[in-house]
Write a protein that binds this ligand. Sequence first.
Ligand SMILES: [Fe+2]
Ligand SMILES: [Fe+2]
Length: 228
Amino acid sequence: MATGLWKNVGNQVIFYQTQPQKVLMSRSKELRERARELPDDYYVVLVGDMITEEALPTYQTMLNTLDGVRDETGASLSSWAVWTRAWTAEENRHGDLLNKYLYLCGRVDMKQIEKTIQYLIGSGMDPRTENSPYLGFIYTSFQERERPSFPMGTLPADEKRHETAYTKIVEKLLEIDPDGTVLAIADMMRKKISMPAHLMYDGQDEQPLRTLLFCCTAARSLHCQGLR
Ligand SMILES: [Fe+2]
Ligand SMILES: [Fe+2]
């Protein structure tokens, strides 16, 4: 009998597959056919967003640098820690979704992309929030909005909800500590909201993020690292 992830067949345990192999094969063929006609610049945006989403360990680490709201044990029951873990769990499915789509579509060089993700997680990020929850939540309320929204599954709805949550935190801060919050907003604006993937490196191009942004606005016949 099937029990969640796996089932027993005879004396063997096999992973439970919800769709027969034939259906999976024809669906992935269908997906590749649909993907064939999409212009390259769509893929430049998807690759950039996927790499950014996949560096999720960095963002959870960043949230746990903030004084007073960090997850002290890794399984803390404080509301802040519960929120951060639930947020991380939702963000995790964004990278998964984009990664699986890009893998199946056959349009991009996955090895190059995976290398870039590995470099990016290894580099971390410095949003200059300096352990301050004020600066941290001002940063996240802007940053959630900057994520491009693709009509893919639950992704846009998650990002919208995240933006609403972080914006509400900043609204509450403005209500209970207007002076401190306005100073923090001014500080963050002076420092500028850096892209979460600002330390992106693909092993060849020193500034792939700049190249990526250039490619997004360039002519459709672009040729860019990570695309073939
Ligand atoms: Fe996300
Ligand atoms: Fe998000």
